[in-house]
Design a protein around this ligand. Structure first.
Ligand code: PPE
Length: 312
């Protein structure tokens, strides 16, 4: 299997339009509008087994809120309440016998009319949970990954609507990701239409230099929930964290770079465009924040217990 190759996901039950159905029965019609035009919104949320053995979803409310924000931006009316989606996320882990994993709420436009205007086609919702290991590999977590600056620009802010997590926007990410893998790298770093550093294909980016941590402002990036957590955790540990515009060469001369995201958690970057970052391995700040992050998500650090929702 090629490095970073995606693994087939399977399970027992999926929540579809208000009820759990067998995994194999969670199908849609070929005229499903989202399949043709990409208008849909989604979330990705992790559940961790805590140090006490109990499983808790990390920042569930914030993710579900962002799902509804994404829908609003895209003029989609989700026919369920946030509480119903939260409950479905929790139950999806229980029904699939998962103590830890990832859950994907997806709101999409169903079949009916064709053409760009979705007409009266129903807004449908699925909630799917599966087991997901380290997004950028175990080795990437320990040693850092190799990244390249993408030749694909991040969408202009008036096209991306950065507060939304919209299905169709991810074509841009897929182009960049495949280019990076074909060129022998693990991940792509994307510049915005002005040429400033924005984010990666599915992660936010941080730079460390002289002990100070910097991350791009929210102009052309998704307002990552992990990004927000890491900023808060780092500040609580006494780090100076600032939002700052960053150029490509700011990356080259950084002491450390790391990425954050629900799937990627906190992954160090050891090389960008063939330039080793710092000593070319996971740096001390990334290592400290990685450990701190896992203490938070597993409840070992009780100060952040408010971010965890127990599933049963
Ligand atoms: N930027 C983008 C473009 C992005 O897709 C994500 C999440 C982030 C930043 C980090 O956001 P947050 O998860 O709230 O910290 N990417 C999701 C999709 C991964 C996938 O391959 O699917 C994720 O991490 O769940």
């Amino acid at each position: 299997m090629a490095k970073n190759a995606a693994k087939r996901v399977t399970g027992e039950e999926i929540w579809l339009d208000g009820k759990f159905v067998k995994w194999a029965d969670a199908n849609v019609h070929i005229l499903t509008h989202t399949l043709h035009y990409g208008l849909g919104v989604f979330e990705g949320i992790r559940c961790y087994q805590g140090v006490d053995g109990r499983s808790a979803i990390f920042r569930l409310k914030e993710h579900v809120r962002r799902l509804f924000d994404s829908a609003k931006i895209n003029l989609m009316q989700i026919p369920y309440s946030p509480a119903e989606i939260e409950a479905a996320c929790c139950e999806a882990f229980v029904r699939n016998h998962l103590a830890a994993g990832y859950v994907r709420p997806l709101a999409f436009i169903g079949d009916g009319a064709m053409g760009l205007h979705p007409g009266e086609n129903p807004v449908r919702v699925a909630v799917i949970a599966w087991e997901w290991g380290k997004y950028l590999g175990d080795e990437g977590m320990a040693k850092g990954i190799r990244a390249k600056i993408s030749t694909f620009a991040r969408h202009h802010v008036n096209s991306k609507m950065t507060n939304g997590k919209t299905c169709g926007d991810y074509v841009n990410s897929i182009l960049a990701k495949r280019e990076a893998l074909l060129d022998g790298f693990d991940e792509a770093i994307m510049l915005d239409t002005q040429g400033l550093v924005s984010e990666c294909t599915g992660e936010n980016i941080f730079v460390v230099r002289d002990g100070r941590i910097k991350t791009p402002p929210l102009h052309s990036i998704l307002d990552g929930i992990t990004r927000g957590c890491v900023i808060e955790i780092a500040r609580d540990r006494g780090f100076d964290v600032a939002e700052a515009t960053l150029t490509r060469d700011d990356l080259y001369v950084a002491d450390e770079i790391f990425l954050t995201g629900t799937a990627a958690e906190l992954t160090p970057v050891r090389e960008v465009d063939h330039r080793p970052i710092g000593e070319g391995k996971r740096g001390p700040v990334a290592e400290e924040l990685q450990k701190a992050f896992f203490d938070v998500v597993t409840g070992a650090d009780a100060r952040y217990a408010r971010w965890r929702t127990f599933i049963a």
